[in-house]
Design a protein around this ligand. Structure first.
Ligand code: GDG
Length: 478
């Protein structure tokens, strides 16, 4: 057993909640990264004596100042990754094996034994850091697919801890998960937690079924009983956004002015459609733009008064599949605009760039129809952000039924992204819907997003973890 530290709550995530900014004079500082997870966890981090363990985003060859530090009142503990580990653990096993495997095999997962070795090594390092900083009986909350072995590795080092795990991406059905050569080790890694959280009940059910099939433990509903009597609970905790904060931002004079300026820059069209995604093959950007292009080609929409704005935030640019997809989308947009655009009137206004939050809110305010069409998405926060920004109860949401959010936002125009004609029909319906219908749908969605915000998600999970008896063999029943 490792000597313990002083943090009562430890967050373990692939990335630290800060980015390194290098000034022109070569000095560097840290800036809090935007993102829901940080804002959701910050208040709880302050109440508890909290620490956050994660990778800085650089390589250990580039920088060696990796001692723990305090930033913005949070204790941050960097975990170093070498350039080779970035390639094998992060770009390789995390993003070229697990990411496609867990997203319906939308792209072919690559199984490489050296990547798995690197994944195990890096997970061990994260577990060791967590074991060092956690106070006796502390709660440790491990996040996401990059760190699935940490719960078990950490429990071996520190059996006194209460360990929670949350998966931000879908957990696949047994038929797909079983392709993974290291499937049993991953399941056992997760079983080190007291609570394993997913966005949807379906993910929890997939997990429990796999544990029964592949590990052979006894299961009953959402509970797994290990041979030593310890119980692990698998359940759904759908993540959300800070809805009130987004609405405040959307209402601010600056964002309101910027939304008007965006529409003016687009030529004050009658209709603006919007897509905002990390440039990722799971997000269904290609079929969405194809569906839209067909609607322009057949005259349903006219570039004179309608435009599709697609923001594609650069992502994982060193992974082959991402480069390939970027080329495909570049080509599609070029062809569509070449064939259908007019001077000053592209069919698709395509932005391969990332923007500050204020600009995102202004885009959401400027858009009449938000089109979110992932082939598979754990939750999808973009659609919730759009809803939070539509305080006039206007605007339409076209949403893939394969996004976790579709389970909550059932008043959206739900579509199957594999069905181009179906998507076209839904976009046209949304475009022609009368204002009363839009209001009815948006009001209902806004209620859902306001009531189920990210604070409820974080406190909901942590309250349950808190109720687990420290080092107890059996958790307190609900
Ligand atoms: C994973 C799961 C799950 C995007 N571009 C910019 C920017 N963003 C922000 C959005 C939104 C977030 O990034 C993206 O979140 P999503 O949920 O849509 O998608 P993933 O990144 O794939 O997230 C997903 C999520 O984890 C949480 O559990 O919902 O299913 O895949 O907040 O606004 N923000 C700024 N500039 C950009 O250019 N500021």
């Amino acid at each position: 057993m490792t000597a313990s530290g002083s943090a009562d709550l430890v967050i373990v995530a692939n990335r630290l909640p800060v980015d390194r900014v290098v000034e022109p004079d070569g000095t560097s500082s840290w800036r809090r990264s935007p993102g829901g997870l940080v804002s959701a966890l910050e208040p709880v981090m302050r109440v508890h004596d909290g620490a956050w363990i994660g990778w800085t985003g650089g390589t250990s060859e580039e920088s060696d100042d990796l001692a723990p530090f305090v930033e913005d009142g949070m204790q941050l503990v960097p975990v170093p990754l070498s350039a080779r580990e970035v390639e094998e653990f992060y770009e390789g096993f995390s993003n070229a094996t697990l990411w496609p495997l867990y997203h319906d095999v939308v792209a072919k997962p690559l199984f490489k034994r050296e990547w798995w070795e690197s994944y195990k090594r890096v997970n061990q390092r994260f577990a060791e850091r967590a074991a060092e900083v956690a106070a006796p009986g502390a709660m440790v909350w491990v996040h996401d697919y990059q760190l699935q072995l940490v719960p078990q590795l950490l429990r071996e080092l520190r059996p006194d801890l209460r360990i929670g795990f949350f998966l931000h991406i879908p957990f696949p059905p047994a038929e797909l998960f079983s392709q993974l050569p290291w499937r049993r080790a991953v399941l056992e890694g997760l079983l080190g937690a007291d609570i394993v959280g997913f966005h949807l009940p379906g993910g929890a059910q997939n997990f429990v079924r796999l544990v029964r099939q592949r590990v052979g433990h006894k299961t009953h509903r959402d509970l797994v009983t290990l041979p030593d009597g310890r119980q692990v609970r698998a359940a759904a905790y759908p993540i959300s956004i800070d809805a009130a904060d987004f609405e405040d931002l959307a209402r601010s004079p600056d964002v309101t002015r910027r939304a008007e300026a965006i529409r003016a820059a687009l030529g004050n069209p009658k209709r603006v459609l919007l897509g905002v995604d990390r440039l990722d093959y799971t997000k269904g950007i290609y079929p969405r733009l194809r569906a839209y292009a067909e609607l322009v080609a057949d005259g349903t929409f006219d570039v004179e008064d309608t435009v599709f704005v697609q923001v594609a935030t650069p992502s994982r640019e060193r992974v082959d599949e991402y480069r390939k997809m970027r080329d495909e989308i570049d080509m599609l947009v070029g062809r569509v605009n070449g064939d259908l655009g007019q001077i000053g009137r592209p069919a698709i206004s395509y932005l391969h760039s990332s923007y500050p939050r204020e600009e995102m809110a202004a885009l959401y305010r400027a858009a009449d129809i938000m089109v979110v069409t992932p082939y598979r998405d754990g939750m999808n926060l973009v659609c919730k952000e759009y809803v939070a920004c539509r305080y006039d109860n206007d605007g339409a949401l076209v949403l893939s039924e394969f996004a976790g959010a579709a389970h909550e936002l059932s008043q959206a125009w739900l579509v199957n992204p594999y069905d181009i004609n179906g998507m076209k029909a839904a976009i046209v319906e949304a475009a022609n819907a009368d204002p009363k219908e839009l209001t009815r749908r948006m009001k209902a969605m806004r209620k859902t997003v306001a009531e189920h915000d990210v604070d409820r998600w974080a406190t909901g999970f942590l309250d349950e973890l808190d109720a687990v008896r420290p080092s107890g063999r059996r958790r307190v029943r609900r």
